[in-house]
Structure formats: C-alpha cells, structure tokens
Design a protein. Structure first.
Lengths: 308, 543
C-alpha cells in the first residue's frame, strides 16, 4: 500500500559524515537534546564533582541544620537547602553523583554485556550449553533479587565493587531471556539464511546481522534498568549493607532524609529529583536512539527538521 | 430503469500521511448487476482493494477519508446510511472473502461454530443454522461435512479454508460477493477449483460477484466485465474478451504484453561437456515425512532448469538441501565432479560463492539495517579474495547499473525501494560473488506482472552475458514457459516428469503435469474458454 520508495532522503545524502548527521538528528528532536545536555552535566558532576566540592560537602555547619532551600544568605551552595548536619545539599548531590552513577552504570553495563552474550549463545546454539544457561537464569530468577543481595553483601564486605557485582548478577536474566527470545526469531529470518548462503561465518552472522537487530531492545531495557538499579542500591544502603556513610549516593540521601520528611521535605526531594531526571533523560535518549539507529524509522527525525 | 445491484459513482479516497495527502482512489465509477462477474484488475498500489473496502466500510477513518462519491446498493446510498442499517447489509446482503483465509478464521473456535454463529447473529434459530451450515459445507466441497464441522481452522488445507470462507460468506444468501484476491495464495490446481466453485455458486444463487485480482488469467477465467485500474484511477473498462483483444489504454496494452506465457519457447541446448551439477538420488526426511525422495537431475553450464510443483512438492526443500541449509538424509550432489554433501565446512566455504540463491521475498532477504552498499559489499567482506577493499565502491556502482539501478542508490536502505527494485538489489548481491549457478526460489512470484517481466529479462540477460546457470523454482507455469530451457515437474517429493520446455508444454506424458497445465490460466479469454471446456471433459472422463 505505501510506496516507501518515495520517502525523501536527501537530508541523509548531503553529508556522509556520521557525526554531523547524528548531531543534526539530535538537533531536530529538542526533547532528546535537552536530555543529552542534562546527562552530560551529570557525567561532568560525577567525574569532577568530588575533587571540586568534597570539602564543602562534608563540612558540618550545625547552625545551618535543615536550612530551607532558595535562601542564598548562607552562600550559593545552600540554594537547595542544608541537610540534618547543616551540609549544603547541592554540593552533596553533586558529590554523590559519582558513586550513584558508578554503581548504576557498572551494574547495568555488566549485566547487559554478560546477559546478552549468554543470551546470544543460548539462542544461537542448540546445544546442551544453551540448556545449562537457561536453567541458570531460572535459578537466579526464582530467587528474590534483593534477598540475594542482602545475603551476599552480609557475607562479603559492602564495597562499591561488590554492590555492582551483586546487582549485576540479579539483573542478568532479564537481558538473557530477552536476547535469547529475539535471537531465536531473527536467526530464522530470510536475511540470515541469505548471509549463510553467501558463506558468512557464525561470528559474522551474530555480530553483523543478529546483534544490530537485538541492540535497540537491549538499550531500552538497560535505561529502564538504570532506574531500578539506582533504587535497589538505595534500598541496600538503607538496610545498612550498601554504601556506608560517610560515602554518599542519591539513594542513601533519600533514605537519610526520610525521618525529616514532615518538617524538611527538601532533604529527600532533591536527590529524588536527581534520580528521576537522570532516568527520565536516559529513557528519552534511548527512545531517540532507537529511532536514529533504525534506517526504516530515521526519516522521522529528518522530516521533522525540514518542517522547522 | 431499475437501479443497479451495486453502483459506485465517482468515488475518491484519500489517506492522510506524514508526507501529505495520498490519493488512493480518484473518481472511480463502476456498477454490478445480478448474475454478473465484474473483475477489478490492477497491480499493487493501484487502489483496487481500497475501492472494494469502501463498499464494505472497511477503510480506517482516519487516516482514510472518502472525499467524494457515492456507493449505492439497490439505489440506496451506503455511505449516508445509519451505521446500524449498514451493519444489517454488510455480511448479510454484501459478503466478502479475503486472500488469506487463515487470518480471517478464528483459530480457537471450530469452523462449524463460526458458520453457525454468523447466521444466529443475524437472527436465525440455532437448529436451523446448524442444518444450513452442514448443507453449506457439503455444497462448497468439504468431505464429511458433519464430522468436519467440529474441526478447527488449522486442520484444513489452504484451499479448504478458502472453501470455508466461501461457505461462511454465502450463509445468508448475499446478493453480492466481494472476493479480494481469493486465489492468490493457492496452488494452480486449487485455484482452478475455487474459481469453478465460485462460478457454480453464482449460477445457482444469481448473486453479483465482484472479484479483485492482479492476474490476467483470473480475468480470462471468470470475468464478464473488467475494470482496469492504475494509480488510483480507472484506465479502461469493458467486456473482458473485448478489453483483451482490443485494449485502448497504453497501460492496459503494456499489462497484456507483459503477461507471461505468450513468448517463444526456448530451443533445447546442444548437450555438450560435463554437467555443472548432478544430483543423484537425493532423499530428505523430516521425521517420518519424506520431503524428497530419490531426486536426480542435472544442470548443464549456461542452462536454465525450472523446477515446477505445488506447495508441499519439495521444491524449496530441494533448494535448501542443495545449498546445505538442510542436511540431506542420503544421496549425492556432484558439483563439477565433487560431492557437495561430503564436503567439510571449509571446502564448502570455497564453493559457497559459486552457488548462490535469490529468495522469494526481497523484503525479508535483505537486512533492513544495512545500506545497499553494505549489503552488496558484504559478499567481499566474506570472500576477500574476490576484490580488494579499495575497489568496492566502484564495483558496487557497476553492479547496481548492471541490474538497472543507479550508482547513487548505494547509500540508501532497502525500505526506500519498491519490491522490484529490492529484488534487483538481491540479484546484484548475488552477482557480487561471481557465481556459476544461481538458485532462484520463487524469485519473481511476489512481484507485479510488469515488474516480473523486467526481472526475468534481467536474469536472462545475465545468463547470456556471464554464462550463468539457473535452477528456477516456480509454481507459475507461464513464467517457466518463457524462461526455462528444461522443466522438472515435482509432486510430493518426487520428480514425476522431466523434459525440454516444448516437451512438457506440448506433449506432457504424466497425468499430474497435464492437470497442472490444464489448471494454469491463460490471459486470453478465448484460449481460457477452450481450456476450461477441455478440463471439464477430463474431469467427466474420470471415474
């Protein structure tokens, strides 16, 4: 019915430069652009925050206990208010971003790489290995993930690395099962057969033909998982087996502010907002990437640009 | 003068899309009388289905919009009718059957239940409905109707499912039956049976039949009058025989000229030298089912061997086995004297590039995430000995021009092309490997007739230029007649007959070949009328 051959694609033809094209497509989707800018700021905070603001974030000022936000009398660092020990919230949020992002990124990347690799193996081969992998995933899934984390962290010391590993392991089955299901379907598609007829090796078929088709799905799950991992980490911190004070994360800040919710809402609100905005931005960016990476959908971003 | 049974006047339908308005149908008018068969003929995108959908109120609005025109049923305007009144007409007075019956039968209910339900919702008592359902199933040729009533849609063959759809459509004795490509998904022998059934039922009930098709053969077989559509407009209309014999519009002329089955048959090649490929007693079992049984055939260099058969004849399994996508159960395939089936994966890799395959549906056989350049150059990434990387870009451009596309198409993606162009890309990719033998698995059957002719011409040109051999798998006999040197007829995993094109088409020896030929449809209504008479005679002669 639709004659897709007529879709204008000159915008794509003008510049073979992939980077310039990406920037242009991002420019056309303003919401995604804002999200990317926000994520860049978060990354900047995570990398340079501790070295710039560590002193300010840990210095107690008991006269500024629970000082309300939007009051510049105590200096610009107190613009978001102060916490229960009179430390400036803005500085603490910036410093806490390092641990938060590190744990979340680490756990998500780790589980995504391991999970999708195992999923590819399980989906692509029909051997005993795939059965073993699947049963392993069943075992992990049948165990409540937080309970597993609690047990492991109770036995091991609760360091950042251990938290990353524990959280990653509990999330592996999600990627594994999704990848396997998609691979099972894609490997029977005609273009995979066509590649096989051309003599393509298994490695080539997996990386050139199957993985690019699965990748957008994985990316979407990963961004959703990012929020889950951040919250799981704060739950662990709350139980006292996650990140330990004086180290801070956003999740820990939320739980530390909980006793004061009735008289000083800002203690929990600002770090909570940081979590929400970060995951929201990730979602928006992943949504944009799904479209931008798909040649069939890409014109949506090109067309939008034309009208403006 | 009494009003026509169905009349469509000056109908225009538009679709709102991101690229602005698309005029799917513009100013279309036609009419249908009781007992008449009107065929709307057109290629994909011509608006033929949209016209029929407007009659049945099946257009999604929005994005669709009927911008002008009227649809009159016995003089009453369907478009202005309240929706309740219209529902009473749809299904009961005007019924419709579709191309894919499986998609239109509910898989979780027995077919009897579905037919009965159709009648009871329109107010028939259930015991009467049950009797009528059994009667209908018997009428459309389902054996043991009382037992089969309780069966589910997946337990019927494709042809039987279409019979079920017809039974359902006729349940309430409609005045008009709209059939949208009712036989396109069916085998030729089944197609002939279904068309004959429709004709018989029409004689019995006196209903008007509105049939939509892309196939000139179907027009020749059933049509009284024909409406030819192109790009949303009616280009020609008139009695079927007249339109075929004396087409007025250039589009109709082109369509008739492009119809396969009228060209010169190829003279047999002078047998010379070693065969390129020799299959010996190839057998393939899936469990207890014998998909291939003792298949032996040879392909000479530069020869086009067509494998013809209906679905389930094992022709696609043969192609897959030959390419080692499936492992054979027993047998041998000697390619230049070496057995393909005994080769180790490493040896096979070297041979891979010499035996290539063009698939049926280019939409599925081209990776949607790769540009045309990537698709074609992948051949050299896999076989780097063919071409050094610096020459890839030039060679891709060269190949694209060879298959009738232009060099700057290389940067585009498959979805930006039409079906015919995509198949050209698939052919360019095959040529990149410089093969000696190309297996075409229904390579043109998904394409429109005029595009089909172009792709066939392209394949033939390449044979003459590079001395390629083809194994051409098809169910469409007229295409085979024009293109092949030799024909192999398969039935249920066996080769039943083998010979030159002339032998097969003029003096077929096997009963099955004869039945196939008798069932295939000629675009000429006069020829088709004779063929129909011959077929009836053959059936009458049978006990």
């Amino acid at each position: 019915m639709t004659d897709t051959a007529q879709i204008p694609d000159n915008a794509m033809h003008k510049s073979p430069n992939a980077l310039a094209q990406t920037v242009r497509m991002l420019w056309h989707d303003k919401i995604a652009l804002v999200a990317v800018v926000f994520l860049i700021i978060v990354m900047f905070c995570a990398i340079f925050g501790p070295s710039l603001l560590d002193d300010a974030a840990t210095k107690q000022n008991l006269r500024g206990r629970n000082s309300p936000p939007f009051d510049l009398a105590k200096g610009w660092l107190f613009v978001l208010g102060g916490d229960a020990l009179g430390r400036p919230l803005l500085a603490r949020i910036i410093v806490a971003s390092t641990n938060t992002i590190m744990v979340a990124t680490g756990a998500v990347l780790f589980s995504m790489v391991i999970g999708s690799t195992l999923g590819l193996i399980a989906g692509y081969t029909k051997t005993r290995a795939s059965q073993i992998i699947l049963r392993l995933a069943d075992v992990i899934m049948s165990f409540p993930s937080l309970l597993l984390a609690v047990i492991v962290l109770y036995m091991l010391s609760p360091s950042v690395t251990n938290i990353i590993i524990v959280l990653a392991i509990t999330r592996i089955p999600i990627y594994l099962r999704t990848t396997r299901a998609e691979v099972l379907e894609i490997r029977e598609r005609m273009f995979v057969q066509a590649a096989r007829v051309m003599g393509a090796s298994d490695v080539r078929i997996i990386f050139r033909h199957i993985l690019p088709m699965v990748f957008p799905t994985l990316l979407t799950i990963a961004t959703l998982d990012f929020a889950f991992v951040m919250l799981a980490e704060s739950a662990l911190s709350f139980l006292g087996i996650g990140i330990q004070p004086p180290e801070i994360t956003w999740g820990l800040m939320v739980s530390q502010g909980r006793p004061y919710l009735t008289n000083a809402w800002w203690l929990s609100f600002w770090p909570g907002l940081a979590i929400i905005l970060t995951t929201l931005s990730l979602n928006l960016v992943s949504n944009w990437m799904r479209v931008a990476l798909d040649p069939v959908q890409r014109w949506r971003l090109e067309i939008k640009g034309k009208k403006q | 003068m009494s009003p026509h049974l169905l009349e469509v006047r000056n109908l225009s339908v538009e679709f709102h899309t991101l690229h602005g308005q698309v005029k799917a149908v513009q100013g279309v008018s036609f009419h249908l009388d009781p007992g008449e068969t009107l065929v709307i003929l057109g290629e994909s995108g011509s608006g033929k289905s949209v016209s029929a959908s407007a009659v049945m109120n099946l257009i999604d609005m929005p994005p669709g919009e009927i911008t002008s025109g009227e649809v009159l049923y016995r003089g009453k305007s369907l478009l202005e009718m309240p929706s309740e009144e219209r529902r009473a007409i749809n299904g009961a007075r005007i019924a419709m059957i579709f191309q894919d019956p499986l998609a239109h039968l509910n898989p979780v209910y027995s077919v009897g239940w579905q037919i009965i339900e159709m009648m009871t919702t329109h107010g028939m008592p259930s015991d009467q409905a049950k009797r009528r359902a059994i009667e209908l199933l018997g009428r459309v040729g389902i054996p043991d109707p009382e037992v089969r009533m309780k069966a589910y849609p997946h337990q019927f063959s494709g042809g039987q499912r279409q019979r079920l759809m017809i039974a359902m459509a006729l349940a309430l004795k409609p005045d008009i039956l709209i059939a949208d490509e009712p036989t396109t998904a069916l085998d030729v022998t089944v197609q002939a049976q279904i068309l004959a059934l429709l004709k018989e039922l029409q004689l019995e009930t006196g209903m008007g039949l509105l049939l939509i098709t892309h196939d000139l053969g179907v027009v020749a077989e059933v049509a009284d009058n024909v409406v030819v559509m192109n790009a949303g407009e009616i280009v020609e209309t008139g009695p079927a025989a007249e339109v075929y014999a004396n087409p007025q519009h250039p589009y109709t002329k082109r369509l008739i000229a492009a119809a396969p089955g009228s060209g010169e048959m190829a003279e047999p090649l002078a047998a010379s030298g070693q065969p390129l490929l020799r299959l010996e007693n190839v057998t393939k079992n899936f469990g207890t089912i014998e998909a291939l049984k003792d298949v032996s055939l040879t392909v000479m260099p530069g020869e086009i061997v067509a494998i013809v058969g209906e679905s389930g004849s094992g022709k696609s399994t043969l192609a897959k086995t030959l390419l080692r996508l499936e492992e054979p159960t027993s047998g041998a395939a000697f390619y230049n004297g070496r057995d393909l089936f005994q080769m180790s994966p490493k040896e096979l890799f070297g041979i891979r590039r010499e035996i290539q395959m063009v698939f049926q549906d280019p939409t599925q056989s081209l990776n949607p995430r790769m540009s045309v350049y990537e698709l074609i150059s992948e051949a050299w990434a896999i076989h780097p000995e063919i071409l050094p990387k610096v020459k890839w870009r030039d060679r891709v451009a060269e190949l694209l021009e060879l298959v009738g596309l232009s060099a700057d198409h290389a940067r585009r993606y498959p979805h930006q092309f039409s079906g015919g162009q995509r198949q050209r890309i698939a052919i360019a990719r095959v040529l990149a490997l410089e093969p000696k033998l190309v297996v075409c698995d229904e390579a043109v059957s998904a394409l429109d007739v005029s595009i089909q002719a172009q792709v066939i011409d392209l394949l033939e040109g390449l044979r003459n230029e590079f001395g390629l051999s083809y194994i051409f798998i098809a169910h469409d006999l007229p295409v085979v007649r024009d293109f092949a040197d030799r024909v192999v007829v398969m039935q249920q995993g066996r080769i039943v007959e083998e010979g030159t094109v002339r032998e097969i088409f003029e003096t077929p020896r096997d009963d099955y070949t004869r039945a196939l030929l008798a069932a295939s449809l000629d675009p000429d209504p006069a020829v088709q009328a004779k063929r129909r008479a011959a077929r009836l005679e053959m059936e009458a002669a049978r006990p």
